[in-house]
Ligand binder design. Sequence first.
Ligand code: AMP
Length: 433
Amino acid sequence: MEGGAVALALVPEFQTSPGMRDILPPESARWRRFVHVFAQLAQGAGYGQVVSPLLEDLGVFQRIGDATDVVTKEMYDFVDKGGRHVALRPELTASICRAFVQHRPLTPWKVWYTGSQFRYEKPQRGRYRQFDQVGIEVLGADDPNLDVEIIALGWEFFRALGLQKVTLLLNSLGEPSDRAAYVAALKAYFEANLQSLSEESKVTLQKNPLRVLDSKRPDDAALVAAAPQIAEFYSADAAAHFAAVQAGLAALGIPFTVDSKLVRGLDYYRHTTFEYQGGTLDSAQDALGGGGRYDGLVESLGGPPTAGIGFALGLERTLIACDDEGVFAAPASEVDVFVVDTTGGLEALQITAQLRALGLSADRAFENRSMKSQMKGADRSGASYAVIIGSNELDAGTAVVRPLRAERAPDGEGVQFTIPRSDLLQYLQKALT
Ligand code: AMP
C-alpha cells in the first residue's frame, strides 16, 4: 500500500500529451540557434519573415487537397466559441497563400517562416503531433533559376549546420497537362495489375494514383519500380524547365539525384519537386524536408493565378540527423560572471545589473546562502569569473575576482585577487570581450 502511494507520487498528474514535448534548456537554445541560422541565410537572400496565426479557418487547409492524410485524418480542428470551424495549422504553405491573397503584396513575394505545426499522427522517433518547421515560399515568379535559388538555400542551410550526409532528390511533374496524362497512364497501369497491389494502395489508387508511388510497402515495391515514368510525358516547356534547374544546380556544384518517384501528392504541384534526405535516419522518417513548385493554391483561396514555390524543413528531424552526425550540438549554457554576495544581496543586485547593462551575462545566488553554497552555484553556472563581495570588501570598497576557468587564470585556476570596486566593471569588460 505504502509502495503504491510512493509510486503514485512519482508520476505527476499532468504530463505532455502524446506526441508533444517540452523543450528544456540547453536544447531550447539549440532550437533558437537553428532558427537563427536559417533566418540569417533567408534574410541574406532577400526573404522577409511572415508570422501568421497558428489557427486558420478549416477551409484554408482543405484547399491543400482532400487526398492527403494531413487534411483528411490528421487535422486538429474544432468549432470555436463563435461557431467558426477552425484548425491548428498542419503546415504553412496554405497560410502563406491565404496571407498573400489577403494583403496583396508586390511580387515576387519572397518570405520565410518558422513555427509549430500540428498533425494527429502516430508518434514515434522523428514523428510528433506538434513539430516545428522552417521554410520559405516565393509567390509570383515562374523561373527555373528561382527553383535553383530555393533548393540551394535549403542545401546551404544543412551545410551551415555541419551536416554532410544529406542528399538531394529532384524530379519534375511537368506541366499540369503532362501530369494529367501521366496520372491517367499510371492509373491504367495499376488497375491492370491490381492483384499485385497492397490493400492500402488500392484505396490510395482511387484517391490519387500518384501517391501509390510513395508507397513504402514491400508488397508494392516491384509494381512501383516498373511503373510508367513521368519523363515520358514531359512537354517541350516542361523538359526545358527541368533541364534549366539541373544545369543551375550543377553550376552551383550542388549534387542531386533525379528520382522519378518523387511526386508529392498534392494536385497543385507542377514542374520541380525536391526532397532532402538525411543519410542516417530510418527510411520511413528520412525526409528532412521537401518542397516544390505549385500553381492554383493562391487562386483557390480567392487570388489571381499565381505561381508558387517553396519548401519546409522539419526542425526535430534535422536535429536528430545532427545528433547522428555529431554536429550542431546544444550550446553550453554559461554566463560570463557569477556574483557571490554574503552581505545581504543588494551588492549582487547592483553588480549583475551593471554587468548586464554592459552586455555581459551575469547571474547570482538568492536567499542569502552561505559562501560555500554560493560558490557551488558559481561553479555550476559555468561562469568565467566569480565576483565575491563579503563584509570586508563592502567596507573597503573592493571586490574579489576569482577566475573559475584555467584559461582565464594565468597564475593558476582559483587564484583570486582584490581590486577596487570602481575598477571592477572595466576590468571584467576588458577581460571578457
Ligand atoms: P511535409 O510538410 O509533410 O512535406 O513535411 C516537411 C518536413 O516536416 C518533413 O520532411 C519532416 O522533416 C517534417 N515533418 C513532417 N511531419 C512531421 C511530424 N509529424 N513530426 C516531425 N516532423 C515532421
